[in-house]
Design a protein around this ligand. Structure first.
Ligand SMILES: N[C@@H](CCC(=O)N[C@@H](CS)C(=O)NCC(=O)O)C(=O)O
Length: 221
């Protein structure tokens, strides 16, 4: 039976998993949990994931509730080759490092900038939070500068690190946070746009997210 993926298109976490599903050409039963309608709090979903977050993957008896673990699991279980998550120890270590950087730094700093607006009534992201976010993007740019024209882990082909981080990066650009001062990030994102299967779908979700965020900011101006 195909795995079930509970997902919401506006969520960057979900979009990274959907990019992985598309890259694998995998058949999944995609079920939308509309966070704007608070569907994640319905008892039937909380019974599956008491943390009530998407993405959530159910594959047989396995329930996974962390986006990056879902991506690497799907690749390990279903990929025809290992290009998205190479078994070579050094390359895999670099990819894991990038996924943790995404989880512990990029996402956290994005959330620190945007959540006060989305959840706590702030008029716009604070300057301090934006400074921290831009600092993290400088680090991402520096990583890419070490091997221009390649993907994040230094590979010639995209890996799961690109899928995870591109889902966030296109959210920045859609939300009018300029990446102009990060030439390597800009060029890498263009490569992702050109080469990742399903990137249009990912950018569509990013545009909807941005529309929601910008409408909130405008309403408080
Ligand atoms: N660490 C989780 C975070 C997932 C997460 O925070 N998802 C948000 C949407 S972007 C969510 O489901 N929020 C609903 C809630 O917390 O009730 C992952 O990477 O999968």
């Amino acid at each position: 039976m195909a795995p079930t993926l509970y997902s919401f298109g506006l969520s960057p976490y979900c979009r990274s998993v959907v990019l992985t599903v598309r890259a694998l050409g995998l058949d999944v039963d995609l079920k939308t949990i509309d966070l704007l309608k608070q569907e994640q709090l319905k008892p039937e979903f909380v019974a599956i994931n008491s943390q009530h977050t998407v993405p959530t993957l159910v594959d047989g008896d396995l329930v996974l509730t962390e986006s990056r673990a879902i991506c690497t699991y799907l690749i390990s279980r279903y990929a025809k080759d290992d290009s998205l998550y190479p078994k070579d120890v050094i390359t895999r270590a670099k990819i894991d490092g990038l996924l943790y950087f995404d989880c512990s730094t990029l996402c956290i700093r994005w959330r620190a900038a945007v959540h006060p607006v989305m959840k706590d009534g702030a008029a716009k992201p604070s300057e301090a939070a934006m400074k921290n976010l831009y600092e993290a993007l400088t680090w991402l740019d520096e990583k890419l500068a070490q091997h221009p024209d390649r993907y994040l882990a230094g590979t010639a082909q995209p890996t799961v690190a690109d899928l995870a981080i591109a889902a966030w990066a296109c959210t920045y650009t859609a939300s009018n946070f300029s990446l102009a001062q990060y030439p390597h990030v800009t060029a890498w994102l263009a490569r992702c746009r050109e080469n990742l299967t399903g990137f249009d779908e990912c950018e569509e979700g990013a545009a909807q997210y941005a529309e929601m965020l910008n409408a909130i900011i405008k309403s408080r101006a």
